[in-house]
Design a protein around this ligand. Structure first.
Ligand SMILES: Cc1cc2nc3c(=O)[nH]c(=O)nc-3n(C[C@H](O)[C@H](O)[C@H](O)COP(=O)(O)OP(=O)(O)OC[C@H]3O[C@@H](n4cnc5c(N)ncnc54)[C@H](O)[C@@H]3O)c2cc1C
Length: 303
């Protein structure tokens, strides 16, 4: 199929417009990234399933994104189909201490809903700007907790369009990682179990974490949060600051002066600026302390 035929075939599946050559700057918190060949917004599991079956049959590459808050998209963009769950995938359904959350919902919204119901556990996640699906795949975490601790079940549509359900015991969660990365599938909904707590205490915890974030993190600039994984028993930010790299910049990208593990977009940064800065930081930290920093951010597309 040529490009026009692909556009027609995809549009036949979706109720929402299919976008061609959509700039990924609009879909990443770094506000960086070249165009995606096609971008689709499934509004139901049926649409998602049909799309995955089609791209699987035609051997077309695809990528699912959440809120784009952990992605560095190359300046040449993404070949194939980018899938972003549409608004109907932002719902949640509460039953006592359990919740079923759709994967497109913002994690911070889920954390607030839990707090309003006096349910404890997700306070750590109120300031994480990811979707539920992205957070579960990444095993997002902060202040000593991770989302994986609260998961009981994950539902997904596999790469050939088939639905699947995974129980907690079938998923391995580790530091900013999960076995879900090995699964070529789109997470559609997750089930979590929380614990009844004291609403005032829960709200106070959220307030405290949010004050710590505003104090420590350069939230006024586009970023993807921590760029590097913390090495065992240390902090990437500390190593970067020790190597005197705060404020170092390449093009429009700079190591934040406020937090060494944040690379910020000062305005007009290219993915190539960020990538070059990441490599420079890795090299200099290695020379200074002998530690090889690995990235937490996922690099996707063509650079
Ligand atoms: C200011 C700021 C602060 C941050 N603080 C934290 C923090 O404290 N802790 C932390 O862990 N992270 C933090 N992050 C990083 C980021 O928010 C998390 O990694 C988040 O979980 C990513 O979710 P997302 O929806 O944006 O995923 P994306 O960035 O869109 O995608 C991340 C990965 O998940 C996959 N994915 C997304 N949706 C799905 C789905 N439905 N099914 C299958 N795979 C999917 C993508 O393919 C990709 O591989 C921060 C980021 C920012 C900008």
């Amino acid at each position: 199929m040529n490009k026009a035929q692909w556009l027609t075939a995809l549009q036949d599946i979706f109720s929402q417009p299919v976008l061609a050559d959509e700039s990924m700057q609009r879909h990443t918190t770094w506000k960086i990234g070249g165009p995606a060949d096609f971008m689709v917004f499934p509004a139901s599991e049926e649409e998602l399933s049909k799309c995955l079956a089609l791209v699987h049959k035609e051997d077309m590459p695809w990528l699912v994104i959440g809120n784009g808050s952990n992605l560095l998209v190359g300046d040449k963009g993404i070949r194939g189909v980018v899938i972003k769950l549409a608004a109907p995938f932002s719902a949640s359904c509460w039953r006592g201490e359990q919740v079923e959350a759709c994967a497109g919902m913002l994690l911070s919204a889920l954390a607030l809903e839990a707090a309003e119901r006096s349910l404890a556990g997700l306070e750590f996640s109120r300031g994480i700007p990811g979707s539920v699906g992205g957070a579960v795949r990444m095993n997002a975490g902060a202040y000593g907790n991770t989302i994986g601790e609260f998961i009981t079940e994950v539902e997904a549509i596999s790469h050939n369009g088939e639905p699947l359900t995974l129980k907690k015991e079938e998923i391995q969660f580790s530091y900013r990682d999960s076995s879900l990365f090995k699964l070529p599938a789109v997470i559609t909904r997750v089930r979590l179990r929380l614990q009844t707590g004291d609403k005032e205490e829960i709200m106070a915890k959220i307030k405290n974490f949010s004050q710590r974030r505003s104090f420590n993190q350069p939230l006024e600039f586009p970023s993807c949060g921590s760029v590097f994984r913390n090495p065992d028993n240390d902090h990437a930010g500390r190593l970067i600051e020790m190597a005197h790299l705060r404020g170092m910049s390449i093009g429009g990208a700079a190591v934040s002066k406020k937090h060494g593990n944040f690379i910020i977009n000062l305005g007009g940064a290219k993915a190539s600026d960020v990538k070059a800065l990441i490599e420079e930081v890795q090299q200099r930290v290695y020379e200074y302390s002998g530690v090889k920093l690995a990235t937490e951010v996922k690099m996707v597309g063509e650079f």
